[in-house]
Ligand binder design. Sequence first.
Ligand code: IMP
Ligand code: MG
Length: 174
Amino acid sequence: MSEQIRVLLPEEELDRRIAELGAQISADYAGESVHLICILKGSIFITCELAKRLTIPVTIDFMCVSSYGAAMESSGVITIKKDLEESIEGRNVIVVEDIIDTGRTLQYLLEELSNRKPKDLKLCAMLDKPDRRVTDVSVDYTGFEIPDEFVVGYGLDYDQRYRNLPYVGILTLS
Ligand code: IMP
Ligand code: MG
């Protein structure tokens, strides 16, 4: 089977939108600091790019949860493969996700993280596929809403490949 990738969001467009999100978050948290939680591995690119554009004090921690195998569908069974290193109690936490699809991963994460008593818990997602949502999670900071297509690049993978593409592209198999 061969794989084709068609550009959906070029690098310049992602850059521009991330700069806007950075400005918005910096304004919303003016005079405070934020603690970004990068959900490995897909969110590494968006987390770094966003963090560079925040003008308020920032700290970053990482968490790895499994929701996908090699397939294109979320399993609904989510486990923490790597937990945070620092406590989030009393902090302004922003969970940074690459993409919200069914929302199952985020629903699980939100419940888990809110139990740890952050001062504030918000979500930032580079991409949102609203048509696919099966939960009622809402995203506070969204980069782009995209159609129901399987996308790769800018951190997103297909079977661990294509994360390094500097753009977001639609993957089709034929
Ligand atoms: P959800 O639990 O269905 O919302 O799935 C969220 C996770 O599934 C994301 O963090 C991605 O790792 C993965 N995912 C969902 N849609 C895509 C896609 O179009 N391309 C690559 N990974 C995806
Ligand atoms: Mg993935």
